[in-house]
Design a protein around this ligand. Structure first.
Ligand code: T6T
Length: 327
């Protein structure tokens, strides 16, 4: 591991000024590991691209290593393997707010700086000196409570402000999707008194399960008006369920995330609104923050990235369509 002393960092900064960052790191290239929630998700693939763009620009090596599903049981061994390789910094989307605390503390105790991207551990309040999970240096992500509120307002508009809806979600304990559900329910309670939010359906990030749950809820509640899919697989599955029930355009769907399939789904009217996150920005700022820290600079304890709200009216605009995720 190329751990840098303060003197080393200062020398690197001077060299950077004299020679440019690429040349300065030619003999001592920093390695940054990015551990996604899972490897086969367009959201994290897009994040990787943003991270790689920053790594190329700054002359550092990016290692992308993750598990095939969104689960602490499979993510922790990947994290242990990454720690054993002793990278200069770890960027990680922890798959559980509590179960990743102790595994990540091992990295921290080994002197490897930790930045969380997309999801957080503990409360997400870092560097406070309080609690047992404040050791990460920074949290870089969307504002997921706000995203849930945006979803509520979009779904309320789509169903005309009244009727029954529910949230299709992954599982409790994931910071992002928990916050989206909380924001959604808060906005519904405060702003839309004529909308009833039914019990949340948890699908374990399995789109097939989300589709059959939609059909189950519809069988119990034939006047179901809408569903909020709180992440890519929840939304994809809920939309498929609506289609399989023959209710496309009748049961309204608001989707979090924007995989390439969202284009068709919006154009056919199966999905009303998609809330695209900006995962490439999350990856880019993750790498920039890690390098800034490793070269002796202070970094923000949190960085918020934005959303692009996509619907039928704007999906043809290239400035909007560029936020569709990469496969
Ligand atoms: O919605 C994203 C991500 O923000 C969330 O933490 C987990 O699910 C996704 O990766 C989409 O599948």
């Amino acid at each position: 591991m190329k751990r840098r002393s303060l003197l080393g960092a200062a020398a690197a900064a001077t060299l950077t000024l004299t020679l440019g960052l690429g040349a300065a790191h030619a003999q001592d290239k920093l390695t940054i590991a990015l551990i996604p929630g899972l490897t086969t998700d367009a959201f994290y693939i897009t994040m990787q691209k943003g991270a790689q763009a920053a790594a190329d620009a700054l002359g550092v090596e990016l290692v992308f290593q993750g598990a095939p599903d969104f689960n602490p049981v499979t993510q922790v061994p990947v994290l242990d393997a990454v720690i054993a390789r002793a990278p200069d910094a770890i960027l990680i989307a922890p798959t559980d707010t509590t179960q990743l605390i102790e595994p990540l503390r091992k990295a921290h105790d080994a002197g490897i700086p930790v930045i969380t991207v997309d999801t957080f551990i503990g409360t997400g309040q870092y560097q406070t000196g309080a609690g047992d999970a404040d050791f990460p240096l920074s949290y870089i992500a969307s504002d997921n409570v706000l995203g849930g509120k945006i979803a509520a307002r979009a779904l309320a508009a789509a169903i005309g402000g009244e009727g029954k809806v529910y949230v299709s979600n992954v599982k409790p304990g994931i910071s992002t999707t928990d916050q989206r559900e909380a924001g959604f329910k808060q906005a519904m309670a405060e702003e839309f008194p004529n909308i009833t939010v039914l019990e949340t359906q948890f699908n374990d990030n399995d789109a097939n399960k989300a589709a059959s749950q939609l059909q189950g809820v519809f069988a119990r509640e034939p006047d179901l008006k809408g569903v909020f899919g709180a992440n890519l697989f929840s939304a994809l599955g809920a939309a498929n369920g609506v289609q399989q029930a023959g209710k496309s355009g009748v049961i309204k769907v608001v989707a979090f995330d924007a995989p390439t399939s969202i284009v068709d789904n919006i154009n056919t009217g199966l999905v009303d609104v998609a809330i695209a996150q900006h995962p490439a920005e999350i990856g880019y700022y993750g790498v920039v923050s890690a390098v800034a820290h490793l070269t002796g600079n202070s970094i923000p304890v949190s960085i918020g990235t934005g959303f692009t709200i996509i619907d039928k009216a704007n999906i043809g605009d290239p400035d909007v369509a560029k936020y569709i995720y990469s496969d």
